[in-house]
Design a protein around this ligand. Structure first.
Ligand SMILES: C[S@@+](CC[C@H](N)C(=O)[O-])C[C@H]1O[C@@H](n2cnc3c(N)ncnc32)[C@H](O)[C@@H]1O
Length: 292
């Protein structure tokens, strides 16, 4: 399976590396309604997948890679030869109209911008400065493998609710929303709440509940916070998982934090099977308040 081709905030490479026994072994269709860098999709390489995200430019990259991997690869190799600080800011200022050109620009900026951050201003313009990495082109043949993986995937620009409402019996949904909590207590979560509010989190939990009632399996990730545990109280298994925060620019500030995974199906994982006591299973708390 290929590694994800994007650096993406909140990416789940760490999750698939350390916690793969938590994923179900069989399912009909795989749904990933918060696609981002798709670390779980590439890890599972499902036969049939429904992938979606509300970031239009991101969705365009997947759609283009599915059909035009070779052209994109060649254009990135060309940009590799020409790459410089001047070129970075020239490409950042460009607004190509063709979908393949847009995809090439997106990938070039993602690979060379500061720390793989994705940030746009109020007008929707990508405004991240250049980073220290100079690797533009991918290894030979890599994008072709990515394209092959995407062959059996439907890739759509839709909101999570539309995507999850399409899940049926036997499907598996992996939902990895931007993290927000009811009362924000640090800058990262505060920034995210303008992108994905607490009421979106409530809508997500309701959509997953409806999908579970139709017979779908789901795993949802979120901040390890009391309000999130409460939101999913009485719904399946709650797992506390460890991750290192790798987006911090300064390595000294990269620290271990815990996140929460909630599944409505039984997992093979336990403290013993995942090793080193990395996964803590604790009982779902009883709801303490009624959510809309
Ligand atoms: C935490 S990232 C997903 C990361 C991904 N799991 C990975 O491994 O890279 C969350 C994604 O949700 C998308 N998103 C935000 N609001 C959304 C919405 N209302 N519906 C669907 N996707 C949304 C963002 O564009 C972002 O790509």
């Amino acid at each position: 399976m290929p590694e994800p081709f994007l650096k993406w905030p909140g990416g789940k490479r760490w999750l698939v590396r350390r916690y793969s026994p938590l994923f179900p072994s069989t399912y009909q269709r795989y749904l990933e309604p918060f696609l981002g860098g798709a670390a779980v999709f590439f890890h599972l390489a499902p036969r049939c997948a429904l992938l979606s995200d509300t970031n239009k430019d991101l969705v365009n990259v997947y759609q283009c890679l599915k059909k035009h991997a070779k052209t994109i690869d060649q254009q990135l190799c060309d940009l590799q030869r020409k790459h410089s600080e001047k070129l970075y800011y020239r490409i950042r200022a460009m607004r190509p109209t063709g979908s393949v050109d847009q995809a090439v620009r997106f990938l070039y900026l993602n690979r060379t911008c500061f720390n793989g951050i994705y940030r746009v201003n109020l007008k929707g313009d990508f405004n991240v400065p250049i980073g220290t990495k100079n690797l533009v082109a991918y290894p030979d043949g890599y994008l072709e493998v990515v394209s092959k993986c995407l062959r059996h995937a439907s890739i759509r620009h839709v909101d999570f609710e539309v995507a999850i409402d399409g899940a049926a019996t036997g499907d598996f949904i992996f939902a990895d929303p931007p993290y927000t909590v009811m009362h924000n207590n640090n800058n990262f979560l505060k920034y995210n709440s303008s992108l994905f509010s607490w009421s979106d989190q409530v809508k997500l939990a309701a959509a997953l509940k409806r999908a579970a009632a139709r017979g779908a399996a789901f795993m949802v990730s979120n901040a390890d916070h009391l309000c999130v545990r409460d939101l999913y109280a009485g719904l399946g298994n709650h797992f506390q998982v460890n991750r290192s925060s790798i987006l911090a620019a300064n390595s000294l500030r990269r620290r271990k934090t815990t996140e929460l995974l909630i599944t409505n199906y039984g997992c093979q994982a336990s403290k013993r099977s995942t090793g080193a006591g990395a996964v803590g299973l604790y009982e779902s708390p009883k709801p303490t308040s009624q959510k809309a």
